[in-house]
Write a protein that binds this ligand. Structure first.
Ligand code: COA
Ligand code: NAP
Length: 268
């Protein structure tokens, strides 16, 4: 208890490999991009905000890795395709593709407009389909690993998050269907389900300071997660150690999924 994956980061070596992280300029996704850069990979990131893209590239470049960043919105298929073609031209076949862009906010269904529901589904679900569909021709075949970033909302109904619950549940089925269809191309497709990760936008938006402390006390490992906890699983899934793992939804959550939705009780 109390220790994180930082203490024992596995000695993965990704020199000569190319990694693309959609939504890789902040939080959990940037943590994954950073871990791959530290492990020697060429890393490309994409998100909407130019300043964030620039800052993320500066952070990643500190590891001495070859880094590339582009702005783009995962809701726009043509833009995603253009970014991926550009990344492929510069950095070569993509070995590891991470789809983690997401949007979320708390709103009761009756306070949510049609567009409010749609915007989250468009980013999380349609955006992930866009990233995976457009990337297929640029992936290393055989050998590529696709990692989607899901959430416990995909299987635990969470009040005030009907949009995110629907989007992440759909995302998990996209993962499973593409694992079935693309297995024969030598492409693995899996999803990480992070638990509540300290210091991220997601947890700041969705859980109050007070509720966060209560939540940590209910997690079987008695702490919130760290960026490194998720990054360690992402490194494993991108590595040859995971070469027989596909179609898996993998919680990295200190055991919170064992509680079902009960950690939400009386928290909001
Ligand atoms: N409650 C109710 N509705 C909300 C809302 C809230 N807190 N925040 C946004 N909406 C609604 C808007 O009112 C709008 O609907 P309308 O046109 O009927 O008024 C719709 O959602 C789209 O909002 P908009 O601000 O135009 O979307 P955007 O494309 O600029 O931004 C979001 C997308 C809303 C998801 C924004 O929060 C975002 O960019 N999030 C990314 C970061 C994030 O959420 N990280 C956490 C990951 S877990
Ligand atoms: P975050 O810091 O808000 O990161 C979201 C990233 O996605 C940002 O880089 C953002 O950059 C980008 N993005 C958002 N909308 C985009 C769009 N339309 N097109 C392209 N990029 C877009 O979020 P986080 O809290 O770290 O969460 C990251 C992932 O983990 C999400 O998939 C989330 O659902 C999942 N998750 C988080 C937690 C948690 O505790 N935080 C728990 C479970 C699951 P721009 O603003 O520049 O576009």
């Amino acid at each position: 208890m109390g220790s994180t994956a930082t203490d024992s980061r596995p000695p993965f070596d990704f020199h000569g490999r190319t990694v693309f992280v959609a939504g890789g300029t902040s939080g959990i996704n940037l943590g994954i991009a950073d871990a791959y850069a530290a492990a020697g990979a060429r890393v490309a990131v994409m998100s909407r905000d130019a300043a964030r893209v620039e800052a993320a590239c500066a952070q990643l470049a500190r590891h001495g890795a070859e880094v590339y960043g582009r702005t783009g919105d995962v809701r726009d298929y043509a833009a995603v395709e253009d970014v991926l073609a550009d990344v492929h031209a510069r950095l070569g076949d993509i070995d590891v593709l991470v789809s983690g862009a997401a949007g979320n906010f708390l709103a009761k269904a009756l306070d949510l407009s049609s567009n409010g529901f749609k915007v989250v589904v468009d980013i999380d679900l349609n955006g992930t389909f866009h990233v995976l569909r457009a990337a297929h021709r640029f992936l290393r075949k055989p050998g590529a690993s696709i990692i989607n970033i899901s959430a416990p909302q995909s299987y635990n109904p969470a009040p005030m998050q009907v949009h995110a619950c629907a989007a992440k549940a759909g995302l998990d089925q996209v993962m499973r269907v593409l694992a079935l269809e693309w297995g024969e191309h030598g492409i693995r497709v899996n999803s990480i389900v992070p638990g509540p990760i300290a210091g991220t936008t997601g947890i700041q938006r969705l859980v109050s300071d007070e509720a966060r402390a209560t939540m940590a006390g209910r997690i079987p490992l008695r702490r919130l997660g760290a960026l490194e906890d998720i990054a360690a699983m992402a490194l494993f899934l991108g590595s040859p150690f995971a070469s027989y793992v596909t179609g898996a939804l993998i919680p990295v959550d200190g055991g919170i999924s064992l509680l079902g939705g009960r950690h939400h009780a009386n928290l909001e």
